[in-house]
Ligand binder design. Structure first.
Ligand SMILES: [Ca+2]
Ligand SMILES: [Ca+2]
Ligand SMILES: [Ca+2]
Length: 366
């Protein structure tokens, strides 16, 4: 469980909501203020969340993050906690109440233990990605009812609690083909946020843009096709969260060296569960399995339908035959092992697992 400092909610006053009394000097003054705000440097704060307003007011706050593995092993949680602690030392407790594989049924069942027990002031929620797993046969309506139930129970405990919903990153290949209705589940989060007038933090467009414009970097940030690793959080998720939460942009999330996703991937990759080290054979087998899961028709390559991302297919398809082979697929993961295995002895040991930060950067072809 992660504990750090953090804070939260807000409402933006827009010009369209102001009373338009033409020539009213106060209105003109308001316009001038808005223009001045717009001209402030980037380090200035954006419109703030309740969390940030309360922290600014010197109040203690508790932020709980609730959701799937995208939160449970999301390096962004520790990065945001790090920034909160930099900006509001000792004032905000961040608790990661998420769990790998969790869907909103789990969320309903675990709400007392993972959220309410901590008496949060702000809760970030995301379950769409796992409610959308096709083989679970969950309807969007069922997921919506679960989400509303979770929200209502949080509000029953504390009517002032700030709820923020999140739409997460873009899965590709087998993690996308196994979620045929993901768009509808994500849209439900956007709809519920709108209906309840809650803030929605939507990471999807940023990931989509990266996938289109720099697919190899996208693959580096999501080596297993769905879980953003530390660099992905640092470059895509956390900057967006800082802006959306209304935190000052002068923080240093990179001071967080947590690599929960890589640690998790290296942990589950081990074939001999008694051996704490991850060998090169473990590592290669793990990625081969991931590739084979994406190769739905088992013809030894990943085609456009199986990839669900034309830009990535094109970027990985080195021999330009229109499909991605295992060798082409591993262009990103291979060099990363070498970066992690500092002493180059063919396995990543316990000590090396604490030194992963910053060692898996940009895509490099082996
Ligand atoms: Ca295939
Ligand atoms: Ca190819
Ligand atoms: Ca080693």
């Amino acid at each position: 469980m992660l504990r750090v400092f953090h804070d939260h909610p807000f409402k933006i006053c827009t010009l369209s909501k102001m009373k338009r009394t033409t020539m009213n000097p106060f209105f003109l003054l308001s316009i001038a203020s808005v223009m001045m705000l717009a001209a402030l440097p980037l380090s200035a704060k954006q419109a703030s969340t309740q969390l940030v307003r309360n922290l600014d007011a010197g109040k203690q706050q508790t932020l709980v993050t609730f959701g799937t593995s995208l939160t449970a092993v999301g390096a962004w949680v520790d990065q945001i906690a790090t920034v909160l602690n930099q900006q509001y030392p000792g004032q905000c407790t961040v608790i990661n109440g998420a769990q790998g594989g969790a869907n909103s049924d789990w969320g309903v069942k675990s709400l007392d233990e993972k959220v309410l027990k901590h008496k949060p002031d702000t809760v970030l929620i995301e379950f769409a990605v796992n409610d959308a797993v096709s083989k679970r046969n969950t309807s969007v309506e069922h997921a919506r009812n679960n989400l509303n139930q979770i929200i209502d129970r949080i509000l029953a405990q504390n009517p002032q609690c700030e709820i923020i919903l999140q739409v997460m990153n873009v899965p590709v290949a087998h993690t996308r083909t196994g979620r045929t209705k993901l768009d509808a589940f994500n849209q439900m989060y956007r709809d519920v946020a709108k209906e309840r007038d809650y803030q929605l933090i939507d990471h999807w467009p940023n990931w989509k843009k990266l996938l289109n414009e720099d697919p190899l970097r996208f693959h580096t940030y999501n080596p297993d096709t769905i879980h953003p690793v530390r660099d992905g959080a640092l470059n895509v998720i956390t900057p967006h969260l800082i802006k959306e939460l209304g935190l000052a942009t002068t923080g240093h999330p990179e001071k967080s060296t947590a690599t929960p996703c890589w640690n998790y991937l290296l942990h589950v990759a081990r074939q001999d569960k008694k051996n704490p080290d991850t060998t090169r054979a473990d590592y290669d087998t793990y990625w081969e399995k991931s590739f084979n899961m994406s190769d739905l028709n088992k013809d030894g390559s990943v085609d456009a339908d199986e990839m669900q991302a034309d830009s990535l297919l094109k970027a990985l398809d080195t021999d330009q035959n229109g499909t991605v082979s295992l060798g082409e697929w591993l262009v990103v993961q291979g060099p990363q092992f070498k970066a992690f295995d500092k002493d180059n002895n063919g396995s990543i040991d316990k000590k090396e697992k604490t030194q992963l930060a910053g060692r898996a950067a940009v895509p490099v072809r082996e």
